[in-house]
Design a protein around this ligand. Sequence first.
Ligand SMILES: NC(=O)c1ccc[n+]([C@@H]2O[C@H](COP(=O)([O-])OP(=O)(O)OC[C@H]3O[C@@H](n4cnc5c(N)ncnc54)[C@H](OP(=O)(O)O)[C@@H]3O)[C@@H](O)[C@H]2O)c1
Length: 241
Amino acid sequence: MSAILGLSTIGRSIAVIGGTGPAGMGLALRWARAGETVIIGSRDAARAEQAAQKIRQRVGKDAKVSGLENSAACAVTDVLMLTVPFEGQADLLKQLKTAIRPESILIDATVPLAASVGGRASRVLGVWQGSAAQQTAELVPKGVSVAAAFHNCSAEILNGDEDVDCDVIVCSDNPKATEIAMELAVKIRRIRAIDGGKLENARIVEQITALLIGLNIRHKGLGGVRITGLPEAAYRVGRDS
Ligand SMILES: NC(=O)c1ccc[n+]([C@@H]2O[C@H](COP(=O)([O-])OP(=O)(O)OC[C@H]3O[C@@H](n4cnc5c(N)ncnc54)[C@H](OP(=O)(O)O)[C@@H]3O)[C@@H](O)[C@H]2O)c1
């Protein structure tokens, strides 16, 4: 499908906004290992470069990873991955509004956890728009398409060396955004990507993360999700998976 739409991420770079935290670093590491060009974004350019250096050290000299301040990162590519805490999401998107390129695809992994306002990490906050991803969609410049994805993968596993035993449910109102998010998901070994329908379904996917956090605390694990029983065509898998 990507060939039909002319949307392949080959030759593009992915800017991970808030990429210095565990979720962004884990995704950046996995994409760098898959040969993608990755830009770590941070509010601080030096911190971004330090994070990029850590990834280069782990992946090897061929890793195409650099670090930039968030707005500079947005300005150089049109594939953005947002991995910041919910408490900072809205303000950051407002600040980045002029830097985000029109026609960009923004993939949002934000979970509106109560922990971000001092509550329990296993509870979600109500978001007026329905979900953190729908809030993002309201705040990005016109022409930018938002997909919600990667909420249910443990950052700890992403930052490790084992395969990632998890399905990534992608929700978006835009087929291009769904396609890019699915394509990037299956660059990570053993991840399967599933089209989860409209962006409004992100509310449910975001809430699953809170459930997973609770389960992982209770059972001392790093659980993810697998959706079973769908026709084979519903599962996108990577070449190595
Ligand atoms: N951790 C997981 O396992 C996991 C899994 C799935 C989804 N998520 C979601 O992914 C997002 C990131 O998770 P994380 O654990 O990586 O979070 P985090 O470590 O708390 O934050 C990630 C980065 O965001 C930046 N940041 C922090 N506060 C900010 C603010 N107020 N405004 C702008 N930027 C800010 C920081 O980078 P700089 O200081 O360098 O700018 C930080 O390194 C969260 O929404 C989380 O719910 C996490």
